[in-house]
Design a protein around this ligand. Structure first.
Ligand code: HEC
Ligand code: HEC
Length: 340
């Protein structure tokens, strides 16, 4: 009996291992599916290697990057929720201080032309400086983080393998973080299987897709489900009074415009919108149907022929949600190679 148990548990372990290995092989190499546009990231100055990725991953999950060793990048970007801060509208960083905005998912960043809800950062390699030096998020200086890492013996072999040097610099630290984040690709949703001819939509999913193409795709452009533009969707202004893209361009036409977020992995990323005001997908969709507020900079697509928003019947809303769930990528959110 004892022996039998051992053998069967061994089989289980081997099976689990095989399964894990399959997932790893599937997504570990950076790949751009044939139906995706060309990535915008400059790989020629920062080529992804196994060692660079491993170093980047350790840095991403290391609270050493914050002043009081309390907060890592992973504190606000959890892999199992597509790297958003799950269940938080605004995120808390140091001493519970709140961020101004909702932590966005980190995925398919190699195809993004700008970062943050207002697009204030143009290069992924420069993005981590913002959270590391923010008094609300990690409260550090780059110099001090670099010196803490160089004093930590655990990092030595990793740095050497990745960059062939004994010490890390601000530049190599940022490059390693980029290598980890670039590997956070989401390309294994049902939508992707259908694109590759490996699966078929159900009737309802197909109807939802057709509604999506007609009413949403102009901004949430497939296959990334964002066109990387900034738009004002007529959300009622809140007490945060965040003027969005305007803060970067100081162009009045950009008042209250925010980056069009990807809708991939939408089931894993509530709450929704730049300030996390909607806790359910149904509420986020209802916004377009009945809550769009008219203002000068409202996107023209949302005030066509004098009518505000995008009319959706009850049936259409249901089918849209069914389609949007085909954008959930379990392989991505469960990938142990990316998780802490
Ligand atoms: C306290 C929570 C918090 C911490 C810690 C944090 N982030 Fe973020 N992150 C956010 C929020 C909130 C935003 C959105 C900010 C905005 O739009 O103004 C964001 C945005 C981003 C973006 C832009 C994504 C996009 O698609 O535009 C990247 C990349 C990112 N964070 C990576 C990191 C890295 C790397 C670290 C660690 C060095 C980190 N974050 C630490 C909360 C956090
Ligand atoms: C005019 C461009 C535009 C159109 C059309 C549009 N959206 Fe959006 N969508 C946006 C922008 C911009 C945001 C972010 C708004 C913000 O936070 O201020 C957004 C946010 C969302 C979110 C929240 C995502 C998140 O991660 O927070 C969902 C869900 C969504 N849209 C679904 C839809 C659906 C479904 C349709 C079609 C019925 C649609 N959108 C049509 C531009 C658009």
């Amino acid at each position: 009996m004892k022996k039998k148990l051992t053998i069967s548990s061994l089989v289980l372990i081997v099976a689990a291992f095989a399964c894990q290995k399959e997932i790893v092989n599937q997504v570990f190499f950076f790949k751009s599916p044939s139906y995706f546009p060309k990535p915008t990231y400059h790989f020629e100055t920062n080529n992804i290697t196994d060692a660079g990725f491993a170093l980047g991953k350790k840095l991403f999950y290391d609270p050493l990057l914050s002043i009081d060793n309390s907060t890592s990048c992973g504190s606000c970007h959890t892999s199992t929720s597509a790297f958003t801060h799950n269940d938080h509208d605004l995120s808390h960083g140091l001493n519970g201080a709140l961020t101004k905005r909702n932590s966005p998912p980190l995925m398919n960043l190699a195809w993004s032309s700008s970062f943050m809800w207002d697009g204030g950062i143009a290069d992924l390699d420069l993005q981590p400086i913002a959270p590391i030096t923010s008094q609300i998020e990690m409260g550090e200086t780059m110099e001090h983080v670099v010196s803490k890492i160089n004093k930590n013996p655990n990092y030595k072999p990793l740095i050497f393998k990745a960059f062939g040097t004994n010490t890390i610099t601000g530049e190599t630290l940022l490059k390693a973080l980029s290598q980890f984040m670039l590997m956070c690709t989401s390309t294994e949703a049902k939508y992707d299987s259908v694109k590759r001819g490996q699966a078929k939509y159900t009737q309802v999913e197909q109807e939802g897709y057709n509604i999506f193409l007609a009413k949403c795709n102009a901004c949430h452009n497939e296959p990334l489900f964002t066109d990387n533009s900034f738009r004002n969707t007529g959300l009622k202004t809140s007490i945060l009074n965040d003027s969005g893209r305007y803060l970067i361009t100081l162009d009045k036409r950009d008042l209250f415009s925010f980056k069009v977020p990807s809708l991939r992995n939408i089931s894993y990323t509530p709450p929704y919108m730049h300030d996390g005001r909607f806790f359910s997908l149904a509420d986020a969709i209802e916004h377009y149907n009945s809550q769009v507020v008219n203002m000068q900079t409202l996107d023209p697509l949302l005030k066509k022929e004098g009518s505000l928003g995008i009319r959706l019947s009850k049936d259409e809303k249901t089918k849209l949600i069914v389609f949007l769930k085909t954008l959930d990528d379990r392989v991505f959110v469960m990938n142990r190679k990316l998780g802490e």
